[in-house]
Design a protein around this ligand. Structure first.
Ligand code: 9MR
Length: 385
């Protein structure tokens, strides 16, 4: 069970114009949250935290998107531009133009950047699986070369890299809970150490992250995922493999009972921190696909999921960053991947499709305000003022 932070720790505004700007949401079973409209990045920086959002390059040309993004967020992460598939559709022809556009945008606006992702079982070029299967002897060299090309190109410019994404899949039936991905098939579990070592060599300054989903699930498979993740990280760290942080994706599903077990999530965060890892929330959103009722009540449940999840993760001093997977419901993977029965837009992000702040924005703001400061890191983020 999480408890509400005392209201005195929330940001209050009083007075006519301030109240017009202020948001007031009433989250079920909690006090009403009243927060001003101070940018999220300012609130995060006060606590030594970083707030960021997933973007795609074409959106950066839209002034409304751009202005909202730079006002609220201090970090960007490309949603797809750095995945192996879009990057090297044809073998040995690398297309960095979208990723470069995002990196240039970040630099021009004093924003930080995360890299997503060096190795993932999904969104790979068609030629890759066959190539790895046909030439197992070359697999390690090919993976090293890929990581060197990617992480090397942005050396010194990435705050962190998702080195390996979603490597856990208990349903694949292995004793260690690892996903039977094309990389595992080619190299066995050694591919994980190889990837982190290659990334450390290519960009020694970047934080190297193991990124995973389903860490907050209450179901049995959630418990299995957490167990497998911790055992794997412990093993890698024991062997001296340079893993620096655990990425907790945070794709929440408030319409589904058991999808968020705050107690298990808290214990998981503590166990990862005990291993010496930093924590990042890397892909936060909350889908209302299976929630009926009015927009207001749907938005309240989404905001409640943000609040309950963030209260747990931000209470941990090891947590250093929160990134939402997108910013506005106008551009979110959720509507395509988890369509609502009424075919409406899925309202999982802090801004609605018309760039109005939603209760989820205010829940995020309140959670940042309530987070304990990270000693020594307050206002450490660039462009925090
Ligand atoms: O947001 C991404 C979407 O545009 C792609 O179609 C999809 C492909 O599976 O990947 C989405 O991003 C995923 C991320 O890379 C890893 N975690 C889950 C995200 C949502 O599927």
């Amino acid at each position: 069970m999480t408890t509400s932070p005392p209201l005195s720790r929330r940001t209050f505004l009083a007075g006519g114009s301030a109240l017009a700007l202020a948001g007031c949401i009433s989250v079920p079973n909690r006090d009403p949250i009243i927060v001003g409209a101070a940018p999220l990045k300012e609130r995060a920086a006060r606590k030594g935290l970083i707030i960021g959002a997933e973007v795609s390059a074409p959106l950066l040309a839209d002034p409304t998107f751009r202005n909202t993004l730079t006002r609220d967020f201090a970090m960007v992460v490309p949603g797809n531009a750095l995945k192996w598939g879009p990057l090297e559709r044809r073998r040995k022809v690398l297309d960095f133009h979208n990723a470069d556009a995002i990196a240039d945008f970040a630099a021009a606006h004093g924003m930080m950047m995360r890299g997503h992702t060096l190795l993932w079982h999904d969104m790979n070029p068609k030629w890759l699986a066959k190539h790895l299967a046909d030439r197992r002897k070359d697999a390690a060299r090919l993976i090293r070369r890929h990581i060197k090309a990617m992480a090397g190109r942005y050396r010194g410019r990435m705050h962190s890299w998702d080195v390996v994404n979603e490597a856990i899949e208990p349903k694949d039936g292995r004793g260690d809970g690892l996903r039977n991905s094309l990389f595992l098939k080619a190299l066995g579990r050694d591919y994980l150490a190889l990837a982190f070592e290659a990334a450390a060599k290519a960009d020694p300054g970047a934080r190297l992250v193991f990124n995973e989903y389903g860490c907050e699930w209450g179901w049995d498979v959630g418990r299995q995922r957490r167990y497998a993740t911790l055992r794997l990280l412990e093993d890698l760290l024991d062997k001296g493999v340079p893993v620096h942080a655990l990425g907790i994706q945070g794709h929440l599903d408030p319409g589904s009972d058991g999808s968020l077990d705050t107690r298990a999530l808290g214990q998981f965060c503590d166990a990862a921190a005990d291993l010496g890892l930093a924590l990042q929330v890397t892909e936060l959103d909350a889908r209302d696909t299976s929630i009926g009722g009015s927009i207001e009540s749907r938005d309240r449940l989404v905001a409640d999921a943000y609040a309950r999840f963030l209260d747990v993760v931000l209470a941990r001093p090891a947590t250093e960053a929160v990134l939402t997977w997108g910013m506005t419901d106008r551009h979110s993977w959720l509507t395509g991947h988890f369509p609502r029965p009424d075919s409406g837009i899925v309202r999982g992000l802090p801004y609605d499709a018309d760039y109005r702040r939603k209760p989820a924005w205010y829940a995020l703001a309140a959670a940042l305000d309530a987070a304990p400061p990270r000693p020594g890191r307050e206002n450490a983020a660039p462009d925090a003022s």
